[in-house]
Design a protein around this ligand. Sequence first.
Ligand code: ASP
Ligand code: MG
Length: 429
Amino acid sequence: MDKLRYKNKTLKEQKIMAVIVAKFGGTSVADIKRIESAADKIKKEVEAGNQVAVVVSAMSGVTNKLVDYCSEISPMHDVREYDTVVSSGEQITAGLMAMALQKIGISARSWLGWQIPIKTNNVHGKARIEHIDTAEIKKRLDINEVVVIPGFQGITEQRRISTLGRGGSDTSAVAVAAALNADRCDIYTDVDGVYTADPRIVSNARKLHKVSYEEMLELASLGSKVLQTRSVEMGAKSNVPIQVLSSFGEFIGSDRKGTLVTKEEDIVEQEVVSGIAHQKDEAKITVIGVEDVPGVAAKLFKPLADAAINVDMIVQNISQDGLTDMTFTVPRTDLERAKKVLKENIDLKYEDIAITENVAKVSVVGIGMKSHAGVANTMFSTLAEKGINIQVISTSEIKISVLIEQDYTELAVRSLHAAYGLEDQQKIM
Ligand code: ASP
Ligand code: MG
């Protein structure tokens, strides 16, 4: 009995070490030097007593190259074979990373998606993870071996390789962290965190120490392309804290110098506004003079959805003489396809279609907005002062977005950033 308790205790003591998933993005494994520098960081985590699973992207540029090869064969290539080709970039990095770790005395082994296995549905090219078998990974972590997993890939029920959509390694990492019930998922990238605005536009943007999953989802889907949106959704669902940090600095994840994406309840000082996001290259489409009767919106948007066109910011005008206008935005890259669908696949009478290219969406995001009035007013009066015309407005509980002329994007982001007092005080002085 005594012995058993003693054993339990040591097991518990062992449990004190954290289980960490460390993901390295493309620029963080861009060449052998970078892979070796990533391996050094992993070594430090291991030496601090942590169990580490590593998820790697393809070396930067590699996936683009592989995608191009596929298009060069045929624009209509088989999507299953596309996955066979584009998943290979991550396989290379996983093997190299395991070697780099071994070279510095860390025991490591690569595990490809099919070997674990990471099971996905069979939507090739943008598959979703359904299940990760952690038995082998856990066994390896328990003997202090680093497990190196290629991101982006999995295996379908038909035993074909699948990929998770561009940027999908983030989602792989968070999924592995969730399956392992990890203490944290560190996303090493080329920026050192999530900022109050794009630092390339706002020079005194401030790094956020913590941001909620909800806010990050808005920021991620609004053009702050630090994390794949799916990965944030998965983090929120499974409550895995995700830390975004730079692989170029001296710090490791356990130093906690990056931005932690976490539960709203874990954020003590909630900001009314935590960031200004922007999304350029949008297009505005107005379908003029449609009948104002039930079913019109469904008839208009279903064919667009079927064509996988990402419709955003929908506004319906007040009707006059039984007719109304419907305005919505689409990414500019989808504009031609959207026009085609409107012309050919829509069973709906309308008078005309008006299109405005060169529009951008600028959004103010913050969970504190739920309980503070006046946020919208500050936004509108700031834009008015700068003479920026608002074309469309849309809101959610934690976000206000406006559509403006693209040329004014930088001015709008800078003015709003200042209006909400988001500057890094140290950078002002
Ligand atoms: N290599 C893939 C891509 O470039 C996945 C990733 O890096 O997240 O999209
Ligand atoms: Mg990425």
